[in-house]
Design a protein around this ligand. Sequence first.
Ligand SMILES: C[S@@+](CC[C@H](N)C(=O)[O-])C[C@H]1O[C@@H](n2cnc3c(N)ncnc32)[C@H](O)[C@@H]1O
Length: 316
Amino acid sequence: MTTKYYTGDCCEVMERLAKEGVKTNLTVCSPPYQELRNYKNGCVWDMPRTAKALYDITCDGGIVCVNIGDQRKDFDESGFSYKLALEFKKHFKLLQTIIVVKDSIIFGGEQRLANQHEFCFCFLRGEKPRVFNKLMDRPNKQAGKWSNKVIGRHGENDELKKGEGKFLVAPFGARTSVWSVPVGFNKSAKETCAHEHCAVMSQHLALPLIKMFSQPGDVVLDCFGGSGTVPALCGSSFSEGQKRDSVYIDISPSYAKLAKRRVKEAENRAMREASQATKPHSQPAPTEAFPRTPSNQEAKEAARLILSYQEAFQAP
Ligand SMILES: C[S@@+](CC[C@H](N)C(=O)[O-])C[C@H]1O[C@@H](n2cnc3c(N)ncnc32)[C@H](O)[C@@H]1O
């Protein structure tokens, strides 16, 4: 697993890398939300140029995931998210919009609702995604019960399909486009030092995106790298042989230093956990709070159960 670090304006860096023939398979990033945060560099970024540079560096079938929210001022939401989606759509297809529901809320004031959501736009370069690993981690309320197949919009183009017969509901179903994402101290990142950055992307958003849209050996880019969420996850959340390479870009040299520290901390923790797991009578790792992400083991078991359900049972 390798991480390449670059400091500088992301457009300049990506344009240079693309000229050198570098291709990325997936981008997971979160640009500055206009003036919502006070970064160390008083940064500015050029949205149209970033969209084009990301297009040029992404491989055919590659995905660019952009997490973004809106600023609210004088009873007016900026609409910045929508502007971004339409700008990127000049180059990419908008494969998927994920509604990110955070477990902490920004108080809405007297005359408007508290804001609890952001968007994660997943853009596709080319005709269709080269990797899509369905995340089977949504517990089914009706698990183990028989259910009628119903008419639904199941097709690739939302066409109506009529289901026939019955099926046994599996323990887990596929994730939908609304994600509950824990955020904040000790939740967004496992590494304490990450919180020296003022806007850490939650690992509970970044990791499922990486799992869903990349495969071992792929190159995952974060062009607004900040605290180093993407390289930390690529290096420490996968077992040997499953890891992804990463490319980190940030305009701030001090954030790049922080990211390197964080990646080291994440790697050390992963090594400790791996050696702990091989010891006899070791305690299981503490489970996460709301909403708990199934472990690899649980997800595998769920997938196995689903297959065995399908094979073993004929509907009555
Ligand atoms: C929302 S933060 C990203 C947080 C990051 N995803 C993480 O998990 O820590 C945005 C980052 O973009 C960086 N930035 C702002 N303008 C930039 C530019 N033109 N090129 C590269 N990085 C930029 C800022 O320094 C900041 O660290």
